[in-house]
Design a protein around this ligand. Structure first.
Ligand code: 2BA
Length: 107
């Protein structure tokens, strides 16, 4: 079994959630904050069988699209390290960590 830790932009979170449910995958959503932009994103925990990992990634990919955005670092670490001028960052898409699950129980 695998656990996918999926970080998606809040703009894509609803569509990704719906697509996961539609494809019968179980998931848990956590409100999270990106440390660079300090803007809200959504972290999803998706537990699935090893052979389902590619399908989960495909479902996420179909709903989370990368796009470029100009942002001005105004707060937090990025603001103190970078110039105050707007910078281009890639937002959207998904960042996915895939980890082995040693044991899974539901009681
Ligand atoms: P944030 O940390 O707010 O980062 C938002 C976007 O800003 C990133 O998009 C990337 O395009 C840019 N960025 C982040 N750190 C940067 C840096 N040190 N220098 C220049 N540009 C930087 P994504 O890479 O798509 O990441 C989206 C969100 O996924 C991140 O939000 C963070 O919450 C999470 N994330 C991405 N990579 C991670 C990692 N290796 N570990 C933990 N969380 C990660």
């Amino acid at each position: 079994m695998k656990l996918l830790i999926v970080i998606v932009n809040n703009d894509d979170a609803k569509a990704v959630s719906k697509a996961l449910v539609k494809n019968r995958f179980y998931s848990t959503k956590l409100a999270s904050t990106g440390n660079f932009l300090l803007s809200g994103n959504t972290t999803m925990l998706v537990g699935c069988q090893n052979e389902e990992v590619d399908k989960v990634i495909e479902v996420i990919k179909s709903e989370a699209h990368q796009r470029k955005k100009m942002v001005t670092p105004i707060a937090g670490i990025s603001a103190s390290l970078l110039s105050p001028s707007p910078i281009e960052v890639t937002v959207g898409g998904a960042t996915i960590f895939i980890v082995d699950v040693e044991k899974f129980v539901k009681i």
